[in-house]
Design a protein around this ligand. Structure first.
Ligand code: SAM
Ligand code: SF4
Length: 330
């Protein structure tokens, strides 16, 4: 079992399948970005070796992300192999949805259980401005295909960016009236070269909630075990009256959920990233390629997880500079 020095049991691994992407969202990466050459990224057999290593340490929940995971070559076969690995209980994917129109069904058949799809606005022009290259209708078709294929419950991720889509949050929230989806609003986080823009344009959860409620009336917190709204992973859950779906707020900047963190990340180039917003990483791919034994790699993971930081240092002005979001795996 992998436990950190604060007693948190870490059993959820987010694997970045590639740093490459078919969009260029303004909050994620610069338009002119150089991706890693494919040879520097984990190959299929290397990913599978590491998945087995992590299941051996009690990891049971896996999310495939990126970059854009669906642009990876042979991704359906890779999903099939990961889902068949003993110990993999939950397998999901975070995707921009552009390719889901044709890939949702094969991914489902390969063993993928559900998807989170990024959707920041329902306005086609604003969608293009936010993603630089995206077409809203492709993503919408992807959402429909995911639902039809049974990649459910569907969760939609909306990063809210001042000056771009803050006027669109109520329309997104209202999707939950008709659809049994979870629409999650995400505070923009700062990384590397893009941090100046991200820091200046971020909108905190309280303001996002107020913007929604100004149009819809009060949101109802969904009761949980503790005093606040129920937590679903990192999302605090609310509901519109008579809605079929939920609204989630992911307030990593203004109200982090570090105490409940159960996750670690594997970057596309095979580094174990202990906290999204801290630079610390443990290289697994270089020793794997150099012939390290599984016992040695396992010990590197155990030692790394033990050193997992308690939380991020944004409040103290500590911004992770060594990578942008797409390289880490959001
Ligand atoms: N390409 C896929 C997608 O867009 O869903 C998966 C990778 S993306 C890095 C994962 C999630 O991170 C997306 O929901 C995206 O909106 C979010 N994201 C990207 N940059 C972010 C930032 N600076 N702050 C908060 N969330 C961010
Ligand atoms: Fe690509 Fe996802 Fe980043 Fe947008 S958020 S640029 S789709 S990796």
């Amino acid at each position: 079992m992998a436990i950190d020095r604060f007693g948190r049991r870490i059993h959820y691994l987010r694997i970045s399948l590639t740093d490459h992407c078919n969009l260029r969202c303004i909050y994620c990466m610069p338009e002119e970005i150089t991706f890693h050459p494919t040879a520097e990224l984990m190959q299929d057999d290397e990913i599978l070796t590491l998945v087995r290593l992590f299941t051996g340490l009690g990891f049971d929940k896996f999310r495939l992300t990126g970059g854009e995971p669906t642009v990876r070559a042979r991704v359906v076969e890779l999903v099939r192999a990961i889902s068949a690995t003993p110990g993999v209980e939950k397998l999901s994917m975070t995707t921009n949805g552009v390719l889901l129109g044709r890939m949702a069904q094969p991914l489902k058949e390969a063993g993928l259980q559900r998807v989170n799809i990024s959707l920041d606005t329902l306005n086609p022009q604003k969608f293009q401005r936010l993603t630089r290259w995206g077409k809203l209708e492709e993503v919408w078709a992807g959402i429909q295909a995911a639902e039809k294929a049974g990649l459910t419950p569907i969760k939609l991720n909306a990063v809210v960016v001042r000056g771009y889509n803050e006027a669109d949050v109520a329309d997104l929230a209202r999707l939950t009236v008709e659809h049994a989806w979870q629409v999650r609003f995400i505070e923009m986080m700062p990384f590397g070269d893009t941090s100046e823009f991200q820091t200046s344009q971020t909108i905190h959860m309280a303001e996002i909630q107020a913007l929604i409620e100004a149009e819809t009336g009060p949101l109802q917190p969904i009761a949980g075990d503790g005093p606040g709204p129920r937590l679903d992973g990192e999302a605090r859950l609310f509901r519109l009256p008579h809605a079929q779906g939920d609204i989630g707020f992911i307030s990593s900047v203004s109200n982090p959920f570090c105490a409940f963190c159960t996750r670690a990340r594997l970057t596309a180039d095979g580094r174990l990233r202990l906290c999204l917003l801290r630079e610390g990483e443990v290289d697994l791919l270089t020793p794997l390629r150099a012939g390290a034994s599984l016992a040695e790699l396992r010990q590197r993971v155990i030692d790394g997880i033990w050193q997992k930081p308690w939380g991020h240092g944004l409040a103290e002005g500590l911004i992770p500079l060594n990578r942008v979001m797409s390289e880490i795996g959001g």
